[in-house]
Structures are given as C-alpha cells and as structure tokens.
Write a protein of this length. Structure first.
Length: 417
C-alpha cells in the first residue's frame, strides 16, 4: 500500500519530525471518512493508491488496519496501556463513536479520555513509522537538510503551547480578515466577494492564528488576480469547514508563485498545523487556496420551551460552543424529534403558559425514548428539591448567566472530570 520510495537515511529519514508526524496522524483520524480532507493530508502522498486509484481511501485503509493490528495478544491483562490505546483508537475512529461513548466504555471522564487519546495517537504514529518508514514530513519551503531559520522557530515556538481544543467562530474570523485586507484590496482596485453558508460550526483553532493565516492567503490572491475580484467562499463539510480563496485570471498564462508567496503559504500552514488545519492551492486556470479546518464535534441538546425569546436566549448563550441547540415547543414534538436529533441532554422550563413543565419532566423520565436523558430544569421557581424529586439531574434558577448554563451542560454530558 505504501510507495516503494524510501529515504536513503533509513530510520533517520522516517517521520523524524515528531510533531509534524503526530499532527498528520491526528488530522487523518479526525477526517477519516472525509476524502477531500484526507487528500490534503501530508501522509496521503506517501501511500500507494492501489487499484482504486484513491490515495484518500488507501490512507484510511492503512490507518484502520494499523489500529486493528494494535489489538494486544491473548494473555496481556485488560486495562494495561496496549489495551487502552487499542480500545480508544478502535472505538473512537474505526467505529466512529463519540468521545462520551468511548469514555463510558473505557471508564474515564471525557477530560481524561482526551489525555489518553493523545498518548494513543502517539503510539499509532510510532507504529506507522516503524512499520512503513514514512518520509519526513516537511513543514516549510526549505529542504529537509537545511536548518530552520532560528528567528522563525522562535516566533512560532508559542504554537506548541496552544490549546488544540480551543474553539473559534469561523464566520467572525473571516469577517475580521476581510476588514483588515480591505485597504490592500482598495489600493489594487480589487473587489472581494464573499459567499458563505448560513450555518458554520465552530472550528478548533485559535482565532488570531486562523485570521492571520487567512490574511496571508488573501494577500497572495490579491497579488495574482487580474479580473478585479477575489472570490471567498465558506462551506461546512461533514467533518471540517473549508475556506476557499480564488483569484480568477483574465488570461490563460498564469504567473508562477514567487518564492516570497511560497514562503508565506508555508508559514500559513505552520500556523494552522497545531490545530489540525491544512492549506492547499491549485494553479490550473484559476488560482485557488483551500483552507481545511476541523470543526467542533457538537453535542446536540434539546430545549423544550414554547417561548421563542427564551429559546433564542439559550441559542445565543450556546453560540460558538460545543453545543448545538434544537427546540421543541412541547413534549409531543420533543418525542417526535428525539430519535432524529439524539440529544445528549434536555433543557426544560417548567413555567410555561400552554404546558405543565413539571408533568413534562415526570413523563420524560418514564418514556422509553427519553428516560435515560439528563434534564436540566431552568425556572424562576426556587424549587430545586421538587425538580430533583421528579427526575431532573441539574437545576438553574433564572436569570442565569452564559457560563452557568455551559457549566451545567458540561456536567450533564460528561465534559468535565
């Protein structure tokens, strides 16, 4: 399955950049069933596409086979590191379970699972490297033998300490980048046209880093457009978000990217790499830059509330978070939606003009579709004891803050240790 090409240095030529290799494996796992994102992965160029001619499918097959091969032999005690690494990777990525489901299976909190998952991916990366001798993953425009500029290394050292789980509103990032690039576009008499999906999930990236990377792509596109317009599109794929920056050309001959442009693009890739982001470009009749950014694995929560203003308040409080809100005006509608939405928790207001929230709370605990779902009661009534006696697992007294709501949901769905 792997390319026959090997580095002459043997093991020293294998995936020697530990961070680059780990990030590439992590990105591939996060986008295991997204062919477009897998084709952008640096590992994809090092696998043989096989009979089907698809390097994305080949990389996915390689990862799944390697994970299955990590299953410990009989006689190795359960609960040891090899078993835990195998179980986490197999259930999380081969079977596609959520973090909460895997955490429950292996007896960890979600926070603990994240730490263990990090170690398991490191083990997988080492196994891939040992078995297949991947070539070194390049992260810049220089040759592997050339030492990195110490100034660049110093400037980017802080990225290693970044929170890989940080979430960011991609729409706000794009808007800020377009505002900052506007003077340069005006000086070049270029119009920037934006096309964006109505709903874009939050991305797992630092806002400043994502904005700087996007600014770089916009600046390079402005230097290469000859039609008076740069086209920017934002779309939400199944496992990631994509930002495309296109510089249409008025003539067939396209100027090649300058060394400065290539260095800028390499630095943009370096900025996004710690967060699982990828940058690619096409130079085929139109100059396209495509940024792929992992989106937050959102947890659905259901709000049973017949007051539109209250629903909007909850939506506003949870905007940009790991939670996706769906609402139902009453119990009947909630029961119809629950199989499709599969919420992890229910937010219930018991003081409503058209339905008795206390009765709804009791019936939620008795119905087969909702009996196992945790319910957060949010009400103006100081009746915490009554709420718990009828089956609620959490209680908030109105008015509550954004942080109080998020912390309560975190506790309900197991996001905190």
């Amino acid at each position: 399955m792997l390319s026959n090409e090997r580095t002459s240095a043997g093991k020293e030529g294998a995936m020697t950049s530990k961070d680059a290799g780990w990030r590439a494996v992590q990105h591939a796992l996060r986008h295991l069933y997204d062919p477009d994102a897998l084709r952008l992965n640096p590992l994809a160029s090092q696998v043989s596409p096989g009979a089907e001619g698809d390097c994305a499918r080949a990389l996915r097959q390689l990862l799944c086979e390697t994970i299955r091969a990590m299953r410990p032999e009989n006689g190795i005690p359960a609960g040891t590191r090899p078993w835990r690494d195998y179980q986490i990777l197999y259930h999380r990525y081969v079977r596609g379970c959520t973090q909460l489901e895997v955490a429950t299976q292996v007896g960890l909190s979600v926070r603990q699972l994240r730490r263990e998952e990090h170690r398991a991916i490191e083990a997988l990366a080492r196994r891939l490297d040992a078995l297949h001798e991947f070539k070194e993953l390049e992260t810049g425009p220089r040759q592997p033998s050339e030492p990195e500029d110490p100034i660049v290394a110093s400037e980017l050292a802080w990225l290693a300490k970044s929170d890989a789980d940080e979430t960011t509103d991609l729409g706000a990032v794009v808007a800020a980048a377009l505002e900052l690039i506007a003077p340069m576009a005006s000086q070049r008499d270029v119009d920037i046209q934006l096309s964006a999906a109505e709903v874009i999930r939050p991305i797992t990236a630092n806002a400043v880093v994502a904005r700087q990377a996007l600014l770089v792509l916009l600046a390079v596109a402005l230097r290469h457009t000859h039609t008076g317009a740069v086209l920017v599109s934002v779309c939400d794929q199944e496992y990631h978000a994509e930002v495309t920056v296109a510089a249409p050309q008025a003539h067939a001959g396209l100027a090649p990217l300058s060394p400065e442009d290539r260095e800028s693009l390499a630095l943009a890739s370096r900025l996004l790499a710690p967060f699982g982001g990828q940058v690619a470009h096409r130079h085929n009749g139109i100059l396209d830059f495509i940024v792929s950014l992992p989106t937050v694995e959102q947890t659905p929560v259901m709000v049973i509330e017949d007051n539109v203003d209250t629903v909007r308040l909850v939506q506003r409080y949870l905007a940009g978070s790991r939670y996706r809100v769906c609402d139902a005006p009453g119990l009947d509608q909630a029961l119809e939606m629950v199989e499709h939405v599969r919420p992890r928790a229910i937010i219930l207001d018991v003081v409503m003009p058209n339905i008795d929230g206390w009765e709804v709370l009791q019936r939620l605990g008795q119905h087969p579709s909702t009996e196992g779902l945790p319910v957060l009661v949010c009400t103006i009534l100081p009746e915490q004891e009554l709420a718990f006696s009828l089956g609620a697992e959490a209680y908030l007294h109105k008015p509550f803050t954004r942080d109080e709501l998020r912390r309560a949901l975190d506790r309900l769905v197991g996001q905190e240790a």
